[in-house]
Write a protein that binds this ligand. Structure first.
Ligand SMILES: Nc1ncnc2c1ncn2[C@@H]1O[C@H](COP(=O)(O)OP(=O)(O)OP(=O)(O)O)[C@@H](O)[C@H]1O
Ligand SMILES: [Mg+2]
Length: 410
């Protein structure tokens, strides 16, 4: 395959840091050539709470990917997680400037600039300004206005922001691990990149990445995101509930959940018991599987109810393609079925599929964000999309993307 670029994605999650090195072909396809996964410490609910530990985790993942691939990582696309990540929609309107009254790139950039100029407090950092579509002299639904005759150009954008201090702390950690940042990408947008089909995005779809500490929800319609929210609950809450309910350690609760857990309580044999042999102390103890799964079901039910409230408030009746679940927490038995019951929409569990190469063990829901970062990077290598970031400071994304061609050294 002819190589267009080599990119790196680093997903800094609550339970694990994943570094992936991917080769982008001329056709835009991504081939994984190196990977490193390590358990994370130093994060709470997607946010850095201990710099040293986080740096250590990122360094370990990067070194692992380097050893695996034989390349040296210089820079990377990095995920941003946590409840502080938020989205808003903002329009921008300009008069078409040129003497021929034809929309130019300059007009498009100015309209995005106007949309971006909404008052965002200085405590927030803008991660993304995604143009969703244009209105040209009142004609809505224009995807590419370039060259159209018009007097007035309007853009609708989805802006994703994050807490400035959380972003600074994450940036500090990545930099201290010896890695420059190509771009910070909201984790939910990265995951969506990995698991959604173009048809789903066009029709209207929700994607929820259920991690350990958070659930990242992103809604799409007409091909673009229009709602971003992060709920402060995830798989770790399920484990906690089991530990409290059954008075066991977190390790025992986690393995009970993973080995025997399901949300499908109705399908269980009421007499089934599980012997707990994980820890010396608890050897010989038995628990009823029904009891474990009732706890799981209750927490997952509550999580879906939170998702339903969020989705209904943002997009009543707008998501014919339903909900796509990913992230480690989506691997829970019966997760899709319970989702269907509560949300009353189609629900499927998904992992990335559109990548090749060294994919052993990573075409699984917990790796959607990491793979999505590479797909995001690959897609934005296309010059057309770079206009989104025209307002980035000098040496900003345009320069950074070109630099991405040198993300790694052999
Ligand atoms: N087979 C499984 N069944 C149920 N839950 C699982 C399974 N495998 C992993 N999990 C849960 O998935 C969660 C971890 O998911 P993931 O790796 O996506 O999180 P993360 O990216 O580290 O965290 P976050 O996105 O919240 O920062 C844990 O709570 C774990 O218990
Ligand atoms: Mg995650």
């Amino acid at each position: 395959m002819e190589r267009e670029a080599v990119l790196v994605g680093i997903d800094v999650g609550t339970t694990k840091v994943v570094a992936l090195i991917g080769e982008v072909g001329r056709d835009g396809g991504v081939t994984i050539i190196g990977k490193g996964t390590v358990p994370a410490s130093g994060l709470r609910k997607g946010v850095v709470v201990n710099i040293d530990q986080t740096v250590h985790s990122i360094t370990a993942a990067v070194e692992k990917a380097e050893r695996h691939s034989g390349w040296k990582i210089d820079r990377a696309f990095v995920s941003v997680g946590g409840q502080h990540v938020d989205g808003l929609n903002s329009p921008g309107q300009v008069a078409v400037a040129g003497p021929r009254r034809e929309v130019t790139q300059e007009d498009v950039n100015r309209s995005i600039e106007v949309a971006r100029a909404v008052s965002i407090p200085s405590t927030r950092e803008v991660l993304h300004v995604v143009p969703r579509g244009y209105t040209v002299d009142g004609q809505e639904g224009v995807m590419n206005p370039l060259g159209m005759s018009a007097v007035r150009l309007e853009v609708e954008t989805h802006i994703v922001t994050a807490s400035a201090t959380a972003v600074q702390n994450l940036t500090k950690c990545v930099t201290a691990a010896g890695v420059k940042i190509d771009e910070l990408v909201a984790g939910g947008l990265a995951s969506a990149e990995a698991v959604l089909s173009p048809t789903e995005r066009d029709l209207g779809v929700a994607v929820a990445d259920i991690g350990a500490g958070t659930t990242e929800l992103t809604l799409f319609a007409d091909g673009s995101p229009f709602h971003t929210a992060v709920l402060p609950v995830g798989g770790a809450n399920v484990t906690n509930d089991i530990a409290i309910g059954l008075k066991t350690s977190l390790q025992v609760a986690e393995s009970l959940k993973i080995d025997h857990g399901t949300c499908d309580v109705a399908g269980l044999d009421p007499d089934e018991v599980i012997s707990v042999t994980v820890l010396g102390d608890e050897a010989g103890r038995t628990v009823e599987r029904m009891e474990v799964c009732r706890i799981i079901e209750a927490r997952m039910r509550e999580t879906y109810e939170m998702l339903r409230t969020e989705i209904l408030a943002a997009a009543p009746g707008m998501l014919p393609a339903g909900l796509v679940l990913t992230g480690g927490g989506a691997q829970l038995g019966g997760a899709a079925a319970l989702g269907r019951e509560i949300l009353e929409m189609p629900v499927r569990v998904a992992a990335a599929t559109e990548v090749g190469g060294l994919v052993d063990g990573i075409l699984e829901p917990p790796y959607s964000t990491a793979i999505g970062l590479l797909l995001w990077g690959a897609r934005h290598l296309g010059a057309a999309d770079l206009t989104t970031y025209e307002s980035a400071p000098a040496g900003g994304l345009v320069g950074r993307i070109r630099g991405a061609l040198r993300s790694v050294f052999p």
